[in-house]
Ligand binder design. Sequence first.
Ligand SMILES: [Zn+2]
Length: 428
Amino acid sequence: MIKKLYRDVVVWDAERDSADRCDVVTEGDKILSIFPAGTLRSGCAYEGRGKTALIPGFVNAHGHAAMTLLRGLGEELPLMEWLQEKIWPVENNLDGDMVKKGTALAILEMLSTGTTCFADMYFYMDKVAEASLENGIRCGLSRGIVGDSDGSKLKENLRLARDYHGKEGLITVQLGPHAPYTVDFDLMKEIAAKAKEENLGVQLHWLETSSEWSISGQEGRMTPEEYLSETGMIDVPSLLLAHCVWVGREASSFYARENVTFAHNPKSNLKLGSGVAPLPDYLKAGVRVALGTDGAASNNRLDIWDELRCAAMIHKGTGNDPTLVTSAEALKMATVNGARALGFKDTGLIKEGYKADMILIDLDQPHYVGWDSGNLPGFLVYAGSSADVKATVVAGRVLYQNGSFTETDKDRVIAEAKAARRKLTGHE
Ligand SMILES: [Zn+2]
């Protein structure tokens, strides 16, 4: 297996108190060893000169990648009007080929901004798996299940799991009941039972808007937490709950469990007027929280740096407290917490034996003057941006470096996505 050396890079991850200059060696898809900088003299793949940070790649813990084809449709409309008139009619015309092209476009955007793993809930998920494997990115995939009176979508999701769960070490598959207001109670129960039987995780939209619980038909009958208990969802092997804007403060501690993760999507929630999730309460209660962008039609960027900054700032402002949600906490959400949520247990830290999913960040820029081993998270989150990403490495493979994609023809992907969008919407 090929060994690569990243010499004299500034290593930080969520388990370190300080950023240290190190030599990092990868072998195949793993991090083989880490030494103090200057230990290793030969076999260099990357010369960091103490001016390049090496941190775990970002995990985008909630999204719908192929929605890149729907970006910009029906901006600034009320949520239900936007969904019913602009998004759902167009989504009805999507086919597998379009989903693959839209996903490939999303993957390029994510790789160039430092994301090495993404969660996805959509349709034609075999095409999403194909696009991911072709581009070498890691992902956790679920088939979005809406309605499904004949059970065909759940079957499709289970087939996806059989075909792709564990594939090339890059893909995990979860079941994807869309939300409590689009999937009926008995089906939700059945999906939870299947998840346990097949040892699969679940991705579920959860309390995104203030009206969601009343339109689910469960309001007055039970609390959201009783619903998760009664359907059995709370006991599935791994439960990734997207949004969680309207989980009551008092209910937070119910979710502080090893198998549960919230995907916080601050920008999507702001843009769609859904509200601001009480993230500091969740963290205080001990809930594991990851970060996501949501789809490109509701964000509109698939750039985790935006979510990092937003998550670290918005709660300080709304809570009148600058100590809430530290930069290090935000980075932890965007890395190891997201990896755990998608079932990648040895991903998300710069540690021997862990997967070599990492990004290199150029600290030799005007806005990094003053960084040191103790303050790097603050510099990254408050001063840095995705423009500083020099390279993105997934499973030991450098997929993006110095503005270019090393294994993918960017012009082809963009041309194909434009054609797919034209076919889908009638215009570019
Ligand atoms: Zn979503």
